[in-house]
Design a protein around this ligand. Structure first.
Ligand code: SAM
Length: 270
């Protein structure tokens, strides 16, 4: 097995990532193989075709992308269970998850590998990033029939009849401040749906407090904050490894005023 600089094997990194998950989901050998292939392809495209990410090493992809994305699995699983409890429909349609600003596929492509039973829509405004995600899904279609990709801005999708107020979940990693994410995500979510934002928050959760106006205007509420200690880096400083998964629930329909025109949610947050 290949070793990390820190001495951990890839197997141990998987285990670290999985043990962070409350429900301890397990991955099959086929799924682990797909994650390996994802790592190889991402690095190859990054080196030879286009700049997808600043992460340029195998251990970087495993720790920063794969392990980090897998921490969302138990959160999605628990939301999927709560839908079954509410509707009583065990054979119902798959959980419909949209990854807003997927970049090189984190977390969307990684979640699609880990949870083939969920329908994943990967969205990014940058065509070359989506070209990579589409290529990976196409070349592994037997396992990734649950993936579709879209080159578009979240603002445009939020105004479209096809995507407005239809999705169960929006997941989001490293795209912006919570108050702007709420404006981008709420129009895409059905009433009762969830925004799941992976954040490197300060421990005082200032970013959540700053989002209070946006949450109110968009009819949303913070449902849960799951604290995660990242396995990223050699830092022994706990605060540097502190992460949060913020789960926001959409309680009311979204006013047609939102989202505002392209770029405004990020430039001039509510
Ligand atoms: N989620 C990935 C990750 O964690 O590696 C990518 C993060 S990258 C810093 C932010 C991505 O969000 C970029 O690829 C950017 O093009 C995309 N993005 C930012 N604002 C967006 C918007 N309004 N609509 C669609 N994509 C957006």
């Amino acid at each position: 097995l290949l070793q990390f600089r820190s001495g951990r094997t890839y197997e141990q990194v998987y285990e670290d990532a999985l043990s962070q998950c409350v429900q301890n989901p397990t991955l099959t050998a086929v799924q682990k193989g797909l994650l390996d292939r994802y790592c190889e392809e991402l690095l190859e495209w990054n080196a030879t075709r286009c700049n997808l990410t600043a992460v340029r090493t195998r251990d970087g992809v495993y720790i920063k992308f794969i392990a980090d994305s897998l921490t969302l699995v138990p959160v999605l699983d628990s939301l999927a269970r709560s839908i079954i409890e509410q509707t009583g429909d065990k054979q119902g349609r798959p959980l419909d998850v949209l990854d807003l600003g997927t970049g090189g596929g984190a977390p969307g492509l990684i979640l699609a590998i880990a949870r083939p039973q969920y329908a994943m829509t990967l969205v990014d405004s940058v065509a070359k990033k989506i070209a990579f995600c589409q290529h990976f899904a196409d070349t592994n279609r037997a396992s990734l029939g649950n993936v579709r990709t879209l080159v578009n801005r979240a603002e445009a999708l939020g105004r479209s009849a096809e995507h407005r107020e239809v999705h169960d979940c929006v997941v989001c990693r490293a795209v912006g401040e919570l108050r702007s994410l709420v404006e981008l995500a709420a129009p895409l979510l059905r009433v009762g749906g969830w925004l799941i934002a992976q954040k490197a928050l300060s421990r005082d959760h200032r970013e959540i407090k700053e989002a209070s106006n946006a949450l109110k205007l968009l009819g949303c509420e913070v449902h849960a904050v799951h604290e995660v200690t990242s396995i990223d880096g050699d830092s022994a400083i706990d605060d540097e490894r502190y992460r949060a998964i913020v789960v926001v629930r959409k309680a009311q329909r979204t006013d047609l005023l939102y989202p505002r025109i392209d770029g405004t949610p990020a430039k001039s947050p509510l």
